[in-house]
Design a protein around this ligand. Structure first.
Ligand SMILES: Cc1cc2nc3c(=O)[nH]c(=O)nc-3n(C[C@H](O)[C@H](O)[C@H](O)COP(=O)(O)OP(=O)(O)OC[C@H]3O[C@@H](n4cnc5c(N)ncnc54)[C@H](O)[C@@H]3O)c2cc1C
Length: 427
């Protein structure tokens, strides 16, 4: 009889932690294959730090091969599959198609940015979900500062110095706060003409409040802090048009602006649809045991899965890393129990003890067991939390080193947009 085979699709928070748990819970004769399109886990909560230059980009990712001893990692882009025949389809880096047969499939392919058909959005806005996007955003910011510094007309300078973020969830809020903090620092030391013109930072959201992932009181507290820092927050407002020089809002206001960052929510990875599995608002419908509804051998978790939220009956879990990590640990136990055909499956139970958001260097907000803190103490809470969750001593040490350097020195303003894209060889 051939060895049992568990295939995990996706190597982010859900996939990586599932693999880690399965390495421990499955008997040695069970094969585990992890299929991912990149060979690292991106630790997204630290993406704003990478964008602002307080963290080295390589230090916010965890190389999967370094951390997974028993798992067979295959780099490939999952394209679809046939759950009826227990097959997953993908394309290898070489371009060749490949199929894996499995006994159990765990789907952890995450989410993608949700865009809406707004004229000019795709052409002119930049996302903030991947490492290349975070670095591109930083480079664009530095280029705008350099462009503005070289201009004589103050009005035109202000156009280059206006930065507009759409979407006030974790990504938009922390991204804006970190980059604003970075830009304030840069202007203080290096850009006298930009300092004279002043910057404008705008956060736009269609909802009536910021940070839907947080309790309303903490969200309001965060909004007040941002307003004190000069951020204009425009709620119940939509973007109607984006051009290379302006953004038009649903209120009729036209904001002259050269940098638009789109972080207005996520939707399940489109592979979910191609797998032919049941969906709830685009996410794969799952039971509280993380099994896909109607299947014994297909499981899903994280952003791509609609898992009932124990904290809010009737709703699926929000798309957060906190949920994906907790679900992954349970996934490892439940898949092992299903393979063994013995133990009972456990339901997903998780209630957050608190929430926090980082708002730039040594600034943040946090709520722990109902107690709200802001400023440096909240920032320290965040640091300890990330150090606890960042896998591997080596990565933790690199983070501590980066944060220590950042504590004492200015951030640098070199714009290295050509990194990884050298010009073609000259004749
Ligand atoms: C900027 C930012 C900040 C955030 N901050 C926080 C925070 O502070 N706290 C919090 O709890 N949450 C935060 N989140 C949300 C959090 O990142 C997600 O909820 C979490 O990553 C979900 O885990 P996942 O495993 O479902 O997806 P992911 O971690 O995104 O993993 C999906 C994996 O699948 C791979 N993949 C995708 N498509 C394919 C394919 N076709 N073939 C093969 N592989 C594929 C991807 O490369 C990735 O490795 C933040 C998100 C962003 C963007």
């Amino acid at each position: 009889m051939s060895a049992k085979h568990v295939v995990i699709a996706g190597g982010g928070f859900g996939g990586y932690y599932t693999a880690k748990t399965l390495e421990r819970t499955l008997p040695p004769d069970v094969r585990i294959t992890l299929v991912s399109d990149v060979n690292y886990l991106l630790y997204t909560p630290l993406l704003p730090g990478a964008a602002a230059g307080s963290l080295e980009p390589r230090h916010v990712v965890v190389p999967l091969r370094e951390r997974l001893r028993r798992v067979d990692l295959r780099l490939a882009r999952v394209t679809g599959g046939d759950p009826g025949r227990r097959e997953l389809e993908a394309t290898l880096l070489t371009g060749s198609p490949v199929r894996w047969r499995y006994d159990h499939l765990v789907i952890a392919l995450g989410s993608v940015s949700r865009t809406v058909p707004i004229p000019g959005l795709v052409e002119h806005a930049i996302g903030f979900k991947t490492l290349p996007e975070a670095i591109a955003l930083r480079n664009r910011l530095v280029r705008q500062l350099e462009s503005a510094e070289a201009l004589d007309e103050v009005e035109l300078r202000r156009e280059y110095l206006t930065f507009l973020f759409v979407g006030a969830g974790y990504a938009g809020l922390e991204g804006l706060a970190e980059l604003q903090d970075y830009a304030i620092d840069a202007l203080r030391y290096y850009y006298p003409r930009c300092r004279e013109a002043g910057m404008r930072w705008v956060l736009v959201d269609a909802a009536a409040r910021i940070m839907p992932e947080m309790k309303p009181a903490l969200a309001e507290f965060t909004a007040e802090l941002l307003r004190e820092r000069g951020v204009e927050i425009k709620l119940e407002t939509q973007v109607k048009e984006v051009t290379d020089r302006s953004v038009t809002l649903s209120t009729g206001e036209e904001i002259p602006c050269r940098t638009v960052c789109w972080t207005a929510g996520v939707k399940a990875n489109p592979v979910a649809e191609r797998l032919g599995l049941p969906l709830t608002e685009g996410r794969i419908s799952c039971t509280e045991h993380l099994r896909v509804i109607g299947y014994d051998d297909v499981w899903a978790l994280g952003d791509i899965a609609a898992v009932p939220d124990p904290a809010r009956p009737g709703y699926p879990c929000p798309p957060t890393a906190q949920h994906a990590i907790r679900q992954a640990k349970l996934m490892g136990e439940n898949v092992a129990a299903a393979l063994a055909g013995t133990g009972e499956l456990k339901p997903f139970r998780f209630k957050t003890l608190g929430a926090f958001a980082e708002l730039g260097r040594q600034q943040g907000v946090a709520s722990i067991k109902g107690i709200r803190v802001k400023g440096f103490p909240a920032w320290v809470v965040g640091r300890f939390y990330h150090l606890a969750w960042m896998p591997g001593v080596r990565r933790k040490a690199r983070l501590i080193a980066d944060w220590t350097v950042d504590f004492w020195f200015h951030r640098d303003t070199a714009e290295l947009g050509q990194l990884g894209h050298p010009p073609p060889l000259a004749d």
